[in-house]
Write a protein that binds this ligand. Structure first.
Ligand SMILES: *Cc1c(COP(=O)(O)O)cnc(C)c1O
Length: 549
């Protein structure tokens, strides 16, 4: 057993074992640092992802009969890291975080004491941190911290699933015994995240009972369409159970009007005498902007520029109403820059948890003892990681102002990017409002965006422009080691002049997510696009000539 014990941290805190562990950490940090290059996206060289890459991995994988030395374990791990994308200034693709130092330390503490967030007796650090961040963030968004509740769960998607489960159990407490009623309906924007799609599948509500609501030009949910569709459901005997209000769509940062949604829900409840409709604010993408809910735009303590302030002011008008929702989520591992998975699901009224909590008789080995007073029998996980520790550490290290600066910079960079892009390139159009994300679309010749989203182009025209953007995405995707842009195949849906089907338009995406993405870098980003676009247009024209001749 002596050899096996060497695989563990010490029992008594002796210097020798600590130094050994530290030396491993130091090797790993040093080796990863050696792979960093601010001019590249990847840590070292990207492996050759040939068609049979993963097949070879499968064939060569075996558990060693005898354990290998720790140095070799480290070597193998570092081999995996080689070619890894690293969220530095060249990464402008998606909401992928570069975990901040406080969150790394918080995570480390979580791992070292390895508390189980299921029960405070088994994980008191995580339990206290979870309660603390729940209270901190409840106060920030305007939930009453003495009646709210919160727990970390498996992502923004987990929050959607958890909220739907609460909605079902609140409407039909008997459903836990008898199964889900057949006449429940959920509503979401046609641009919402697929989290709800999966959740209606998994809860048994069924995808056919998930109603997609049209989006407005600003990518928010169209409230007339919402109301019409809800009334239609009521008219045929259905129950409008749940509305997903997206606060920052994943690709375009559209923000739904919570006040409007709440008003419609209450109106219908009164008119038809129906139960309260559950509203979950899917704030996985945008939730961090609640950090500006109390920002004083008059005195502007952070001295933010006028054009940045304007955007943030409009966000404040929307996000200050998030407290109207029955639940919401903070996805710190998106704009909050913490490691996966650090998502806090916040519930306005903890009473709702009683519908999903397990009966004491069903949890024989934890909770409901004289000792311990925090037992999360209502979560879908049993054992739970203490990721509240990483959130807690980040909140302390940044403070409200630190996060405000980080979040304001995303906006600042996007404004500069938009200006430079449209100044430098003529056949491009920016297709969403100013936000941490810019979506843009190129055209083979002049831009046709106005005709496109007003429904004047034919299906074939739109498809051809989609194809053009798709091909260009492949071109710059191959060069992603220089600058990695994102793209989406469903930026929004538009009508076509010759079809009654709504058509998804493709767009490129600039996502200013890294703290190293600053306005000084903007010329380089646009220069990269311009250079590749010119080359693409040239080769494409040549190909067309060859095809035609
Ligand atoms: C990213 C995202 C999700 C899913 O969040 P995960 O943390 O990846 O599970 C859900 N909704 C929206 C709007 C998102 O942007």
């Amino acid at each position: 057993m002596k050899e096996i014990q060497k695989l563990f941290p010490s029992m008594d805190g002796n210097d020798f074992q600590r130094e050994e562990l530290l030396s491993y950490f130091k090797t790993i940090l040093t080796k990863i640092d050696e792979l960093k290059d601010p001019n590249k996206l990847t840590l070292g060289e990207m492996p050759e992802y040939t068609a049979d890459y993963y097949n070879r991995v499968i064939q060569n994988a075996d558990v060693p009969v005898r354990g290998v030395a720790m140095e070799e374990v480290i070597q193998k791990l570092l081999k995996l890291v080689e070619g890894h994308r690293y969220v530095n200034r060249n990464y402008v693709a998606n909401a992928a975080p570069l975990p901040n130092i406080a969150s790394i330390i918080g995570n480390l503490v979580m791992v070292l004491v390895n508390g189980n967030n299921l029960w405070d007796v088994e994980g008191q650090a995580a339990a206290t941190a979870e309660i603390e961040v729940t209270s901190m963030l409840s106060k920030l968004i305007g939930y009453d911290e003495s009646i709210s509740a919160g727990y970390t769960t498996w992502g923004g998607q987990g929050a959607v699933f958890n909220s739907l489960r609460l909605a079902i159990a609140r409407y039909a407490p008997f459903s836990n015994q008898h199964g889900v009623p057949r006449n429940l309906y959920c509503f979401c924007s046609e641009l919402s995240h697929y989290s709800l799609y999966k959740s209606v599948e998994a809860t048994g509500i069924g995808v056919e009972n998930m109603i997609r609501v049209k989006a407005n030009a600003d990518h928010s949910m169209n409230l007339e369409d919402l109301k019409e569709k809800m009334e239609h459901v009521i008219a045929k005997g259905g129950v409008p159970l749940y509305v997903l209000a997206t606060m920052g769509t994943t690709d375009t940062f559209g923000i739904d009007d919570l006040v409007g949604i709440k008003r419609i829900a209450e109106e219908l409840e009164r008119t038809y005498g129906i139960n309260s409709i559950y509203i979950h604010a899917d704030s996985a993408m945008g939730g961090m902007y609640t950090f500006f809910n109390d920002y004083d735009f008059e005195s502007n303590p952070l001295r933010l520029e006028e054009n940045v302030l304007e955007v943030l002011k409009s966000y404040q008008q929307k996000f200050k109403h998030i407290k109207l929702a029955d639940s919401m989520v903070f996805d710190f591992h998106k704009l909050g820059q913490t490691p996966y998975t650090t998502s806090l699901f916040l519930i306005k009224n903890r009473e709702n948890l009683k519908y999903v909590d397990l009966d004491a008789a069903e949890t024989p080995y934890v909770g409901n003892r004289g000792y311990g007073s925090y037992h999360t029998g209502y979560t879908l996980e049993c054992s739970r990681m203490g990721s509240a520790l990483a959130i807690y550490a980040s909140l302390l290290a940044f403070g409200i102002e630190g996060y405000q600066e980080l979040l304001a910079n995303y906006i600042r960079v996007n404004i500069a990017f938009r200006e430079t892009l449209t100044k430098e390139i003529s056949n491009v159009v920016v297709t969403n409002e100013v936000s941490p994300i810019t979506t843009f679309r190129f055209y083979p010749e002049e831009t046709k965006w106005n005709d496109e989203w007003n429904g004047h182009l034919t299906l074939e025209d739109i498809m051809e422009i989609n194809q053009f953007n798709d091909e260009f995405a492949e071109v710059i995707g191959a060069e992603r080691d220089t600058v990695f842009f994102g793209n989406t195949k469903k930026q929004r849906l538009v009508e076509a002049a010759n079809s009654n089907k709504r058509i998804a338009v493709y767009a490129h995406k600039f996502f200013a997510i890294s703290p190293y993405t600053t306005i000084e870098e903007v010329d380089r980003y646009v220069g990269f696009l311009k250079e590749h676009l010119e080359f693409f247009l040239k080769t494409r024209r040549r190909e067309n000539i060859i095809i035609r001749s």
